[in-house]
Design a protein around this ligand. Structure first.
Ligand code: IPM
Ligand code: MG
Length: 372
């Protein structure tokens, strides 16, 4: 049995290490890196990761679509679709690693990834595979578009993807029977690069409005910094208006029909981005309908917004998982690597898919394939 003092001494020591590591991470980030120019690559390797739960079902369908849209490039060798095994909850638990070494090596041999949802064990110390991959591949920008044309909604969320509550989420402190403490980290460089990504997107896509969403009235240091740095970056984009909102009122505004269509681009810290993009996806038609891009300067990973839906699997309904989210992610992947025509073709087919209630994943994908 340890006494309080021992816990405190250990925690203080740990805190020193964490601080030093985070300063080192910030120093490295500050140096920046060049973005991959896909037009200069002879071969683009797309890693395909099925994941857990409904993952294998929906990824199979998305892969079928990519194989069709990229047939010529795959035949000529300019695109390689590479299956990546081993990112399953069973293998991860067996190896005791959120992303086993050899899986990470295989992933790093690709340029971009299409990834099914992976299970995250609750509690314990195993980190979510998503969090590990976002960190290891430095995928700092989580872009989640949501559109509902009939409701005048055209939103793009830029969620900071590598820090906030997530970066040390598995490294908190606990004094059993007394308290637990987690850490939230916001860095200058980490905020600057996500803000830059959001404002560049706004400028390049003719969006005139960016909303910075925080809880800076409570999280004064971290969210305060986030907002401040976003405003600093905004000075380079005088044609764009910027407004600050707190996350709680923003969740209300998103369901306010009189107001919501004026929002265009959102930039927000990791956890708020996680939460609000599920709400936004639901407004669009469900978490099964929104795609998600995790992009960094070197790698990018495209995935569904939703999780593994274990209840669907438990009920024997895995074949009925909605593949639209991962198919939209595939569209984002195509766009990211410069295959704009194929992305547009896929986007049009997704837009015309109509009501898919009660349909199997395979039937939904086949309906899309008929239109491409
Ligand atoms: C998401 C997911 C992940 C997250 C989980 C699976 C770790 O909810 O991509 O939004 O919290 O970021
Ligand atoms: Mg989420």
């Amino acid at each position: 049995m340890q006494n309080d003092k021992e816990y405190v001494d250990r925690a203080v020591e740990q805190f020193r290490t964490l601080l030093e590591q985070q300063i080192a991470r910030e120093d490295k980030m500050k140096m920046g890196s060049d973005a991959t120019d896909f037009s200069q690559k002879q071969t683009i390797t797309i890693g395909v990761i099925p994941g857990d739960g409904i993952g294998p079902v929906i990824v199979r369908e998305a892969k079928k679509i990519l194989n069709i849209l990229l047939k010529a490039e795959i035949e000529s060798g300019s695109i390689v679709l590479k299956d990546i095994d081993g990112l399953t909850i069973e293998n991860r638990l067996a190896c005791g690693k959120s992303v086993p070494e050899e899986v990470l090596d295989a992933i790093k041999s690709c340029d971009v990834l299409l990834k099914g949802p992976t299970e995250t064990p609750k509690g314990g110390t195993m980190e979510s595979a998503n969090v590990t991959l976002r960190r290891e591949l430095d995928l700092y920008s989580n872009v989640r578009p949501v559109s509902l044309p009939e409701g005048g909604i055209d939103w793009t969320f830029f969620r900071e993807n590598t820090e906030g509550e997530y970066v040390l989420g598995s490294r908190g402190v606990e004094i059993p029977g007394k308290l637990a403490m987690d850490f939230k980290v916001t860095t200058d460089s980490g905020t600057r690069r996500i803000a830059r990504a959001a404002f560049e997107f706004a400028r390049n896509n003719g969006k005139k409005h960016v909303s910075i969403v925080t809880k800076a009235n409570i999280m004064k240091k971290t969210d305060g910094k986030f907002s401040e740095i976003c405003h600093e970056v905004a000075e380079d984009y005088p044609e764009i208006t910027v407004e600050d909102y707190y996350i709680d009122i923003m969740t209300a505004k998103l369901i306010n029909n009189n107001e919501r269509s004026r929002f265009k681009v959102f930039v927000l810290p990791n956890l708020y981005g996680d939460i609000i993009t599920d709400e936004a996806a639901q407004i669009q038609g469900g978490v099964g309908t929104a795609g998600s891009a995790n992009t960094g300067d070197k790698y990018a990973m495209f995935e569904a917004v939703h999780g593994t839906a274990p209840q669907l699997i438990r009920d024997g309904l895995g074949d009925y998982a909605n593949p639209l989210s991962i198919i939209k992610a595939s569209e984002m992947l195509l766009r990211h690597i410069g295959y704009t025509d194929q992305a547009d073709t896929l986007a049009a087919a997704i837009g015309n898919v109509g009501n898919t209630d009660g349909m199997k994943a395979e039937e939904i994908a086949d309906r899309i394939i008929e239109m491409i």
